[in-house]
Design a protein around this ligand. Sequence first.
Ligand code: HEM
Length: 525
Amino acid sequence: MEALTDYAIWEIVLLLVSVLVTIYLYYVSKFSYWKSRGVVTPKPVPVFGNFLMGMLQKQSPGQIVQRVYNAGPGEPYVGFYIFGRPAIVIRDPSIIKHVLVKDFNIFADRHVSTSKNDTLGSQNLFMLHGEPWKYLRVKLSPTFTSGRMKKMFPMVAVCARQLVDYLLDHSGEKDPVEVKETTAKYATDVISSCAFGIESNSLKDPNAEFREFGRKVFNFTRYRTLEVLGIFFVPSLMSFINGSFFTRKTTKFLRKVFWDTISYREKNRITREDFLDLLIQLKNKGHVDSEEKEDENVLNEEKSSSLFEFKGDNLVAQPALFFTAGFETNATTLSFTLYELALQPHIQKRLRAEIAEIMDKSNGTPTYEDVFGMKYLGMVVSETLRKYPPLPLLDRICLQDYKVPERNLIIEKNTPVYIALLGLHRDPEYYPDPELYDPERFTEENKRLQKPYTYLPFGDGPHNCIGLRFGLMSVKTGLVHILSQFEVKPCKETPIPLVLSTRSSVLASVSGIPLTFIRSKAQTL
Ligand code: HEM
């Protein structure tokens, strides 16, 4: 009996060893994929590949690809493994140009994806693939022209003045303001006003619903962090776990607000020159009324509407994305700018002087043209977007085997392809002393010297950020109004240096950004 037990134990041990050896050999063969193609990779670990730190929530999506980027200085690309799946980060700017622009047809889709049941999450411009995406992009482009932006500008300016009122109630050395939360409230008011036609009152009402639901989307609990990692890196898992881009409660809320507002507007024949008006036109006519020459060109390309129907959740999915893509990116840009200005008073002083001049000339009501005409403001915001790109990675999927120009590599069909914005923007080869916040990098002359495709805060090519003008408008308008009234200073709680969150998909400080707002002398007299 005893002999039999010994025998059984040996059998179990042998079985276990064989299983472990098989797993090991399986991963050794998997993890030789890039090596056998002469592509450098950071060392993978069994099962997780280069994804362990992501799973442990010690690196955010942007930091995962930044780390891969940094593993191959001087290399044109670096391979890595999402569990066992080979993926690639492109480093060489000329190859980046091929991926984003020149060979767009091969890289026409993003890799990110959510569950098919998540209609709001999957049917928007960011997530759609193929012909339906192309059709929708053509249809939505006329809603983002500079002419439309100018019409929305007064709504943004109202929110910026409310932001100043809020700060007036919270100014002074003894009253630090949590800047990320405050700018998120401002950005929420701006985007809910323009995309949903709703005064969300986030700045005035601490329990404002829009802010509450927006917070849920970007509240990176352990589960939400894994869900968003899945959306970016393992999208095939999303349908399996029924993942959701907006979270279920937010989806329900956005759906209700959208349809309530649409029926109210249609019943009362209200027009407001905002995104919602344009979406109502898409719902009723299938196109946005032509306003400018560029719109007409776009309309001539109209195709069969069977590609995408503007009804039901398909319609709500668009403002839902504008809301989500809009408020967090804007708040991030604003809050990091205020942080750097607080730490570098000489930059702040110069910017405030430029703003004071414009405020003076415009009697305190700068126009859209005034805001976009301010050179130093443009340089400051560009530098923030370099050092802190709010969406720190771009992703595409390779749709057919692709021979990399002038290199001995074929990127195989279905390989996920990433561009590490944090890696590029903080690469000392392109931006010497990259941790230094220096708007001088963006003088006209220095911009001409900048290597193309090393600065991509809004992406590039046909998939680039459609909300670029709107984003810049709300960030710049917010800054102009704040800095015309206040000097921004660090307080004892301000994190120096600032540590980035390892969970958030949009760049964020791990400990928030508390700063103080001191009313400027001219205003207090
Ligand atoms: C500072 C503000 C913003 C930044 C830094 C930013 C950044 C980005 C980036 C990096 C992409 C991916 C581009 C690519 O893959 O090549 C993107 C896409 C997109 N963004 Fe933005 N964004 C901002 C504001 C906005 C706003 C305000 C909206 C809407 C109102 C918006 C809507 C979108 C949409 C719809 C896409 C997907 C476009 C497509 O694939 O056709 N973004 N954005």
